[in-house]
Design a binder for this molecule. Structure first.
Ligand code: ATP
Ligand code: MG
Length: 258
């Protein structure tokens, strides 16, 4: 579905991404792991069209998209839920949601249906449609940001640190929701502070260091990799090989396919 080759991108004179290759297939969760400043958000911004690549190709459904506008990429089925949520606090929850459909305009009735469908797993969002988004807690704003991303009916959803700053209970909730979205056949590119948890629900992963992909593979393999454990999985060290991934997923109450 998404294929990236030889991608280079950056800001002004600064190069950030170098020769990046990455793929996301339909119905797959792909975790993007990397330290602060590794280029994870930059990669997402390049895929969604906020940054123009300097080199390389981005293809979606086999077609080049790297020269298309962001709006056109949204139309094609790519949604980006950016780092820091970027909710408009003075707008109502419903207005924030409608903005998510700006590239794929809907008539009023279809818009109402879309909002109801998108928010079904997030009843809290539905209950507060007419309130200013500023009234929502951090966790609720993150749910709103995910709903807004879903408003364009994407087939690829990119989530940049969706659980950042949330209480542990809500973090689990976010991971559960992400796993549920895959069950609806959405492809997901996930950047998460918590590399272990994200690999626990992911199918595959990529490790970015200094803007380069230094490792990639099945999530279970990355999770069992002692070098990665030391660098990215924090205190607690490596995860037991074997059922480590299942155990983590159980803790997150996420159901993994066998
Ligand atoms: N708007 C910008 N202008 C210039 N440089 C930037 C800009 N945004 C990011 N950078 C630089 O690009 C590099 C990669 O940043 P990026 O935000 O992609 O990293 P990241 O992996 O998402 O990090 P984090 O985990 O902190 O979110 C960093 O060196 C950063 O300082
Ligand atoms: Mg980032």
């Amino acid at each position: 579905m998404l294929e990236i080759e030889h991608l280079a991108a950056g800001y002004g004179r600064d190069s950030v991404l170098h020769n990046v290759a990455l793929a996301v297939r339909q119905g797959e969760i792909v975790a993007l792991i990397g330290a602060n400043g590794a280029g994870k958000s930059t990669l997402m911004k390049t895929i969604s069209g906020l940054i123009a690549p300097r080199q390389g190709e981005i293809r979606f459904d086999g077609r080049r998209i790297d020269a298309l506008s962001s709006a056109r990429r949204v139309e094609l089925g790519i949604a980006h839920v950016p780092e820091g949520r970027q909710i408009f606090p003075a707008l109502t929850v419903a207005e924030n949601l409608r903005l998510g459909a700006y590239a794929t305009p809907l008539a009023a009735a279809a818009m109402a249906e879309r909002i109801a469908a998108v928010c079904r797993p997030f009843p809290m969002v539905l209950e507060r449609l007419d309130e200013p988004a500023a009234n929502l807690s951090g966790g609720q704003q993150q749910m709103l940001a995910i709903c807004r991303g879903l408003m364009s009916a994407p087939r690829l959803l990119m989530l940049d640190e969706p659980s950042l700053g949330l209480a542990p209970l809500l973090v689990g909730e976010i991971f559960r929701i992400v796993a549920e979205l895959r069950a609806r056949n959405l492809a997901i590119l996930l950047v998460e502070q918590n590399a272990r948890q994200s690999l626990a629900i992911a199918d595959r992963g990529y490790v970015l260091e200094g803007g380069r992909v230094v490792m990639s593979g099945p999530a279970a393999d990355l999770l069992a990799n002692p070098d990665l454990a030391e660098k990215y999985f924090g205190v607690g060290g490596s995860v037991e090989a074997g059922d480590g991934r299942q155990a983590l997923a159980r803790r997150l109450k996420v159901i993994l396919e066998p």
